[in-house]
Design a protein around this ligand. Structure first.
Ligand code: SF4
Ligand code: SF4
Length: 438
């Protein structure tokens, strides 16, 4: 794609990067067919190619984005399915991240929307506040019926529709909190390695059992696990809201505590059980490439970050216990399959450990969770969830496995089949408790 940035514009490293990405696009349109919003809405401007044009215009003109541009960028899930399909290697992720940051800086949203986004950006990365908000939401749920209803499902939802979506996502009860930062879990038997396990923010409130399963499995196989003190939210939530200052501050804080931990106790890896977070931590090196004080450390941390299944695939697990022919529908989270290109490892681990693993039809399409997307775009998100659940039902599973808490909550909202994390199943197969019972 031809671009027309001026030399002054190209002196900005972000614009220079955008120029490189845009020039790689040959407008072939292969990406449109695998883009969930194009599949649902059929509008070229809700396809990757259409959005790439809109972003090009916005950046070239150097003017504040228009409401039309914002609408179509907001509808993008950042699922990155387009990146998997693109034959030219267009890095849509870095382009849309830049567009979101530009919108956040230069576009004035309606007041109610600004407030909602500010609340999400403030509450979600803070587990204490998030827990309190979930408890409040539980009491607010009966009032959801009193809120004004939208006449039809909309791709530009009202504030009330979004509040209803938030209330609907709140769980009926919350489990007790998991172990605190600073905890160390000793390896059983001979120590074969030492890892940090990302504590996460929403996940540690909604499902601390996931990291507990990871700790159980790792220590059982000789790996010491540390929950690093003063670790923060990885920044993914605010990054996807375009609030880059917040996201970068969190990245720098985490890099500081992880590097200190690696220097003191040694770390073979930083393990992540929420693939949405893993994708962003693996991108810290890029996000901080222009920061002289952090670039090298950020690259080192990105290289240490691993999805839990990547790491577990590299250790030899105890022989699997027999649990009968349990059929697992494996839901491949977008951040895992498109963001980190991890497609086979989780399925192979499950198969090797005695489960009957089934691929879900249309597995490249997002379930609609996508960070805060199911709150900000609830009607598109619900359509994608219903489509995902219908596809899952076709393989008649006993359980659904996924590697991302956002997907787990989203899919569980549309089915009565238990939705569990891949690591819970692997823990069960190697001596842990049966998941899906709590
Ligand atoms: S598939 Fe790649 S090269 Fe083709 S239009 Fe989409 S982004 Fe551009
Ligand atoms: S990230 Fe997903 S929703 Fe956004 S343009 Fe690409 S395929 Fe479409």
């Amino acid at each position: 794609m031809k671009t027309e940035f001026s030399l002054t514009q190209l002196a900005d490293p972000d614009i220079a990067e955008a120029d490189k990405i845009l020039r790689a696009c040959v407008h072939c349109g292969f990406c449109t067919e695998t883009c969930p919003t194009y599949v649902l809405l059929g509008d070229e401007l809700d396809s990757p190619r259409g959005r790439i044009y809109l972003i090009k215009e916005m950046l070239e003109k150097g003017r504040p984005p228009t409401a039309e541009v914002v609408k179509h960028i907001d509808r993008c899930l950042s699922c990155l399915s387009c990146m998997t399909t693109c034959p030219s290697g267009v890095n849509y992720m870095h382009l849309v991240d830049q567009a979101r940051a530009r919108i956040e800086k230069d576009y004035t949203r309606p007041l109610t929307e600004r407030l909602l986004r500010a609340v999400l950006a403030w509450v979600l990365p803070r587990p204490g506040l998030f827990r309190a908000a979930m408890i409040l939401a539980r009491f607010g749920r009966p009032l959801a019926g009193l809120l004004p209803d939208s006449r039809a499902a909309s791709a530009t939802p009202t504030l009330w529709r979004r509040i209803k979506a938030m209330l609907a996502l709140a769980p009926g009860s919350l489990p007790p909190p998991g172990p605190a930062g600073g905890s160390v879990f000793a390896a059983q038997g001979e120590r074969r390695g030492r890892v940090a396990l990302l504590q996460g923010c929403a996940q540690q409130v909604l499902a601390p059992r996931i990291n507990q399963a990871a700790i159980n499995l790792l220590t059982r196989h000789g790996i010491e696990v540390v929950l690093v003190k003063d670790e923060q939210c990885c920044g993914a939530l605010t990054h996807h809201l375009g609030r880059d200052e917040d996201a970068l501050a969190r990245a720098r804080a985490n890099i500081g505590v992880w590097v200190a931990e690696a220097e003191q106790g040694g770390l073979d890896a930083i393990l992540v059980t929420t693939s949405g977070c893993g994708t962003v931590i693996k991108d810290y090196g890029y996000m901080l490439r222009e920061d002289r004080n952090f670039a090298a450390a950020a690259a080192k941390i990105s290289a240490l970050a691993k999805d839990i299944t990547e790491f577990v695939g590299g250790i030899s697990l105890q022989p699997a216990q027999q649990h009968g022919d349990i059929v697992i529908a494996y839901h491949s989270a977008c951040s895992l399959q498109h963001g980190q290109k991890i497609t086979q490892a989780p399925k192979e681990l499950l198969s090797k450990n005695g489960f009957v693993v089934k691929d879900v039809p249309e597995s490249h399409l997002c379930c609609g969770s996508a960070g805060t997307y199911n709150v900000l775009q609830p009607d598109i998100a619900n359509k994608l969830r219903d489509r995902k659940v219908a596809n899952i039902a076709m393989v008649k599973p006993d359980m659904i496995a996924a590697g991302n808490i956002g997907c787990m909550v989203q899919i569980a909202g549309g089915t009565s089949v238990p939705v569990v994390h891949t690591i819970e199943l692997l823990d069960w197969a190697t001596g842990g408790p049966r998941p899906g019972l709590n």
